[in-house]
Design a protein around this ligand. Sequence first.
Ligand code: DGJ
Length: 500
Amino acid sequence: MPLPEIVRHETGYQLLVDGKPTILLGGQVRNSSTSHAEYTDRVFRKAGSLNYNFVIGAVSWSEFEPEEGVFDFHLLEEQLKSARANKLRLALIWFGAFKNATGTYAPSWVRKDSTRFPRAQISVDSNSAIKNSRANPVLSVFSEALCQADTRAFEALMSYLSEHDPNHTVVMVQVENEVGLLGAARDYSPEAEAAWLEHGSDWPTEEAFMAWGFASYCERLAKAGKRIKALPMFVNAWLGPQPGQTKPGDWPSGGPSTNVLEVWKATAPSIDILCPDIYVPESHSFMAIYHREDNPLFIPESRHKAADVAWALGEHHALGYSVFGAEDGRVGNKLSELYGVLIEADSVISQAQRDGRIWAVLPSQGAEKSSRIIGDTTVTAVDAFAALERFVEHAGVDLNLRRPEPASELENLPVAIDSATEFGPFGLVIQESPSEFLLIGQGVNLVFESARQTVEIDYVQEGKFTSNTWVKGRTLNGDERLNQVPLFEIGCARIRVLTL
Ligand code: DGJ
């Protein structure tokens, strides 16, 4: 089997798995889920019932190399076995020395030896109270010994994959997790001070200097790992600055956050993707920032927001989308309903991304997010429920129309933030030929208008994709033309227009 690969073409990027364009749709398991074989299996089985085609699992350095030079592969082996049994691809996070701006995944033998593996300092005073009162250890990214030890362990992981994963169940690897330094713009440890003296003047800000430090560190791991098995590699960002944050250190300084993407790109060429972890309401803005000519969009962590999946795929040609907390999804939720439909059409979507024939629609958010001009014709997505309400009102009948009661996307809610099932209108449109459009979504109707010609809908054909082949359903006419796709469920329709 060919290696999974991210290929670049004139209009963007595609992920090839088994040589075929693929879109990864799934979720990331919680941090500790892969530390126990049976637990892992339970979560992966659930991911299968949520229609995921991939999960993001993790390998923790502390469990992988409990003693220096002694590696324990059994948890990794279990993840591979369980992913295969559940027909899932895997992306693996390497929880090495850095996890959310701390070092809690570094093995005890690393954390115990602060002479060999020095701690970061967030003030010039090495005995500062802030430093000593920290609950979580924070290692210095400027430590050569740390980088060497972390790289050796990462190489052991990649060697295992190279020898034991010939069919590439693991398709991508995340290097470290949400790196950066909290509490100060830069590290003041003796190692950091030495680097600052030598390289500080190369960088316009302390944050850029830290970004260079973290990017150089991750580059060394990624480069060494790719030499063994050249899988696509990515890093993820704890987003910043966020509202109210004024200085680096309020968000992790030096992580791949918005101010320093250029530094990361220049310093870490072996990292294929800089990814945003999106938990903020302004998801569209962050997608736009991370989708760049030199950076495909891939979202490794996010909330359960089905409309955002459509937005990422349609507007930003995302290679994949993953929610955080795979074990928390409610079976039958909106996200899994959408994933189920999209996964069967993944090559169709990927090809449309490549050709620039796909876009997302969100009629509730105004003309800009619902209309496209194709030649002489404006294609507008309208809110089908709102249109139905108007229609019924004009007809003077009282049908007591209501959107469904809010449900939750999650079960076992640890924190109930923003997890309401979306029943509003959203979708994806793919232009299949000059006169044919595919609509995937809910509560959306497409309207076609032209100032120069008469454009009318020729037919609406319900259907679905099975392994990327269109399977025809009913022809929708008469009353059924009022809803091209279901109001509150994900559906697909092929719409042909007639131009006079
Ligand atoms: C972001 C981190 O990257 C994840 O590992 C996880 O801790 C989530 N936050 C949410 O808890």
